[in-house]
Design a protein around this ligand. Structure first.
Ligand SMILES: N[C@@H](CCC(=O)N[C@@H](CS)C(=O)NCC(=O)O)C(=O)O
Length: 222
């Protein structure tokens, strides 16, 4: 069986779950408490981060973008990385924007501080980091709104990995009640479209002990 090692609020694992579901590839989710640094898991992924995907044939694929590229090469029928060179460049650039810039400025300061840090017993959330995270999130929501107003999907005319990278980060932040949708109507309209896809259902059903998502989290008509 194909196994995805994950944490429910990891945006990188969420992105891979969405890609697997879009490609209709069955898989089993396995919770990996990364802070326990299990030697068996470090043998699969020396960085000790989630996600890691293992295939039935023994192939081990660490890191979310390596996994997404592998999935697109191995299962190209439903492609999420574009056809023309121009499309492929834009999809990679927008995906990197969310997985690097958005992650460093927003997810690191809000998701990590509020969820991972306390669970891994690394102390209480740092107030300065939270402030920085909220300020950055407001700017990023405007940028998402700008992209959504100027093109159908975030990286162009077609749905792509970039939409799933962005939606993965936002869905995890929405789970902890940190997204002010009323202040970002264009971003909300785009997110509602992505959230309504069947591939999103499993994410909306996630439950994490110690956290209560707001009622709108799983509501498609929020
Ligand atoms: N570039 C990696 C980043 C993965 C990552 O940072 N995952 C976080 C959870 S969102 C993690 O596992 N952190 C645990 C740790 O750093 O020990 C990827 O895309 O897979």
């Amino acid at each position: 069986m194909r196994i995805l090692y994950h944490l429910p609020l990891s945006p990188y694992a969420r992105k891979v779950r969405l890609v697997l579901a879009e490609k209709r590839l069955p898989f089993e989710l396995r919770l990996e408490k990364t802070w326990e640094r299990r030697p068996e898991y470090l043998a699969l992924n020396p960085a000790g981060t989630v996600p890691t995907l293992t295939e039935e044939n023994g192939l081990v694929i660490p890191h979310s973008n390596t996994i997404c590229e592998y999935l697109d090469e191995a299962y190209p029928d439903i492609s999420l990385v574009g056809r023309t060179l121009g499309e492929r460049v834009e999809i990679r650039a927008v995906t990197a924007w969310f997985d690097e810039r958005f992650a460093a400025e927003v997810s690191r300061n809000l998701l990590y501080e509020k969820t991972m840090k306390p669970v891994a017993k690394r102390g209480a959330p740092d107030a300065a980091r939270l402030r920085e995270g909220y300020a950055a999130l407001r700017l990023h929501m405007n940028y998402i709104g700008h992209l959504a107003e100027t093109r159908k999907y975030l990286a162009g005319a077609n749905l792509s990995l970039a939409d799933f990278a962005a939606a993965a980060h936002l869905s995890a932040l929405d789970f902890i009640g940190d997204v002010d949708w009323a202040a970002a109507p264009a971003a909300k309209e785009w997110y509602a479209r992505i959230k309504s896809r069947p591939s999103f259902r499993a994410l909306l059903a996630d439950r994490v002990s110690g956290f209560n998502p707001p009622p709108h989290y799983a509501d498609l008509d929020f």
